[in-house]
Design a protein around this ligand. Structure first.
Ligand SMILES: Cc1cc2nc3c(=O)[nH]c(=O)nc-3n(C[C@H](O)[C@H](O)[C@H](O)COP(=O)(O)OP(=O)(O)OC[C@H]3O[C@@H](n4cnc5c(N)ncnc54)[C@H](O)[C@@H]3O)c2cc1C
Length: 389
């Protein structure tokens, strides 16, 4: 067993750290936060240096590394940028469905422009107003019906990240309404430039954090896309989505570790300099133990994420139990650590300019996206207990 990163991985980590420290400028991020802007310029620079395509094959314009190396990038971007780091490092989102389940023509058409940044961000449209955690019990409200050479898509999707500026989206649709169980009638279908498609309405939500990424409500009305936009097999879309999410959750776990680390470092620095009652606050055991707890939780979360990344690169898939652990636990740690960082900074921690309150608000969404904490604990528990009568 070797817990060390390879020389190449350390170089990638260092490059990502240097990029983040140079480019995730505090004033720029404040502007994104206050004006709810998407970081197009930052994303372009990150793509030019190969960070977004790092784990895409070289034949599609990527760097040919693995999920472990991508996790290192997510972590470093999250450490400096919090949710802005996550917006940048995960903006390829549903393009990974095309990478893992698409045909060669789709990969050639879409993936080089993902790696170059031209098609970024990419939306993944799964959740519906009546269906979030549970996509399986009832048929989806969003349907795709064949008509001539096209699919015609109708229905609602909600909480969809990036849809307003996406180069393309992958939409989970019900293609067989009679399928039993209903998820055996799901298909994943590419929709180019959703904001420019006649028949798609996109409206923005106002939300607690993660303001550099719009979260939208989408409505599809008679939207025609060619049948060649079907990704993978018809009526196997649920499985394509689950496979992709098992992998992608590790990236969210890595973003969470980075956000936690960033909040921790700000609290640590503050504890070393801030004085109260004639002493540095770090000399109070109550504060120093908080820091000890924070560091321990971050280290545990990081080890789970790295193990999941390592397993994916070795075996081509992540055990769903480990994927769930690598998602819910780091996300919880990010929230708890950022919360304690606010406490250590006292009143200053509550102020936008000190960033830890933004890290807290940004971190809270990591617990909701790609499956809630409760849903991941269900997955882990099912794997531990099997089917009980
Ligand atoms: C900012 C943001 C961005 C998002 N981006 C996207 C995106 O890009 N694409 C996309 O498709 N979706 C996206 N989502 C949606 C997200 O994945 C869902 O919100 C999430 O899956 C939960 O679904 P829900 O909100 O419908 O909650 P529900 O499923 O209604 O759950 C409500 C509560 O009940 C609990 N619950 C439900 N079932 C069970 C159970 N069996 N056991 C125990 N507890 C249970 C949940 O854990 C939760 O606490 C985003 C959400 C947010 C907030």
């Amino acid at each position: 067993m070797d817990f060390g990163l390879s020389k190449e991985q350390r170089d990638i980590q260092k490059a990502a750290r240097e990029f983040a420290e140079a480019e995730f400028d505090k004033d720029y991020m404040l502007d994104l936060e206050l004006n709810h802007k998407f970081p197009h310029e930052l994303l372009k620079k990150a793509c030019d240096l190969g960070f977004l395509g790092i784990d895409f094959p070289e034949e599609y314009g990527g760097a040919g590394y693995g999920l472990m190396e991508k996790a290192l990038v997510c972590e470093e971007f999250g450490r400096v940028g919090g949710g802005v780091g996550t917006t940048v490092s995960t903006s390829h989102f549903a393009s990974k469905i095309v990478l893992r389940s698409g045909n060669e023509a789709q990969k050639k058409k879409y993936l080089p422009s993902v790696c170059s940044g031209e098609s970024l961000p990419v939306a993944g449209c799964f959740t519906e107003p009546d269906r979030g955690s549970d996509l399986v019990t009832f048929p989806l409200s969003t349907t795709a019906v064949k008509d001539g050479a096209d699919y015609v898509i109708n229905g609602p999707k909600t909480f969809i990240s990036f849809a307003d500026v996406a180069g393309f989206g992958v939409v989970l649709c019900q293609t067989d309404p009679e399928a039993k169980p209903p998820y055996r009638g799901h298909s994943t279908i590419i929709v180019d430039k959703p904001s420019e498609q006649p028949g798609i309405t996109i409206t923005d939500f106002v939300k607690m954090g993660w303001k550099s990424c719009a979260t939208t409500q989408m409505s599809f009305s008679e939207v025609r896309v060619p049948q060649e936009n079907l990704v993978g097999e018809e009526n196997r879309g649920f499985y394509h989505t689950i496979n992709f999410l098992d992998e992608f959750r590790v990236e969210i776990g890595a973003c969470s570790v980075g956000t936690a680390q960033g909040a921790f470092e700000k609290a640590l620095a503050y504890a070393k300099t801030r004085e109260a009652f004639g002493r540095k606050i770090g000399t109070f055991q109550a504060i120093s133990h908080k820091l000890a707890d924070m560091a321990t939780k971050i280290e545990s979360a990081r080890l789970i994420v790295y193990k999941a990344g390592w397993q994916f690169d070795k075996e081509g898939k992540v055990d769903p139990k480990l994927s769930s652990m690598a998602k819910w636990y780091p996300a919880r740690v990010a929230v708890e650590v950022a919360d304690e960082a606010i406490e250590i900074l006292g009143g200053h921690g509550y102020m936008l300019e000190n960033e830890v309150e933004r890290f807290y608000r940004d971190a809270r969404v990591y617990e909701l996206i790609e499956g809630t904490r409760e849903i991941h604990k269900n997955t882990i528990a099912r794997s531990l207990l099997g089917k009980l009568e």
